[in-house]
Design a protein around this ligand. Structure first.
Ligand code: SAM
Length: 212
């Protein structure tokens, strides 16, 4: 199955986004800023409506597209989002000031910010930052998730490399390959999580924090 065509098809079947989201998406795509693909946009819309989370944490804001998407579809939720790259922060600040003034933007490295956040506070966490760091964030993420809370991790298939042997992967991608495999094993085996790995977009995991 051709993944790009599938994404295009999914995009065409989805109800249109609000005008400001379309504008932010178009600008991000033309500036080469990575944002969630159409199928993941659909998944987030669905989960916002279905699970109606009240306290959302996003790791990896970029210019704020996915945070604003969740804000649009989880009305009344408090959204906290973390980003550390100044050129993207400039646009994220502008976008939130206009379209999501109640979104809390934490500026800095998630590795330093996550340990400072309150345990059990979040009923929905969207992990969409540097893939090589997912495994090192997982301990904090499990601590931050409320019982029953959901974790969605994007881009876990590393453009398909994850399923290949280490030797089939370019040498410079091997560290991420190893870390992502470790992440998938950990979310699957963790006694605190129940997880499913979905081969959609560039791979997504859905996990929830088991109730003790
Ligand atoms: N979620 C965004 C969306 O769909 O609109 C896209 C996020 S983009 C794929 C990943 C972002 O994570 C980048 O803007 C990058 O600068 C940020 N990032 C990567 N590592 C980070 C870290 N350790 N702390 C904070 N932000 C980080």
């Amino acid at each position: 199955m051709n993944k790009d065509r599938t994404e295009k098809y999914i995009e065409l079947t989805q109800p249109p986004l609000a005008g400001y989201l379309e504008d932010i998406k178009e600008r991000a795509l033309s500036d080469g800023i990575p944002i969630v693909r159409s199928s993941v946009q659909g998944l987030l819309r669905f989960l916002m409506g279905y699970a109606a989370p009240k306290n959302i944490l996003e790791i990896g804001t970029a210019v704020g597209f996915s945070a604003l998407l969740m804000h649009e579809y989880a009305r009344g939720a408090h959204i906290t989002t973390i980003e550390n790259y100044e050129p993207r922060l400039v646009q994220a600040r502008e976008n939130f000031a206009k379209y999501g003034p109640d979104i809390e933007l934490l500026e800095g490295d998630a590795a330093e910010i996550l340990p400072t956040l309150e345990s059990g506070r979040y009923d929905f966490i969207f992990l969409d930052s540097a893939k090589g760091q997912y495994i090192s964030f997982l301990g904090d993420i499990v601590r931050l998730l409320a019982p029953g809370g959901m974790l969605v991790s994007d881009n876990v298939m590393q453009d398909g490399d994850v399923i290949e042997s280490r030797y089939a992967v370019r040498r410079r991608d091997r560290t991420i390959h190893e870390r992502m495999r470790e992440y998938l094993k950990e979310v699957s085996d963790s006694p605190f999580l129940e997880s499913a790995i979905l081969p959609m977009a560039d791979g997504v995991t859905l996990s929830y924090r088991k109730r003790d």
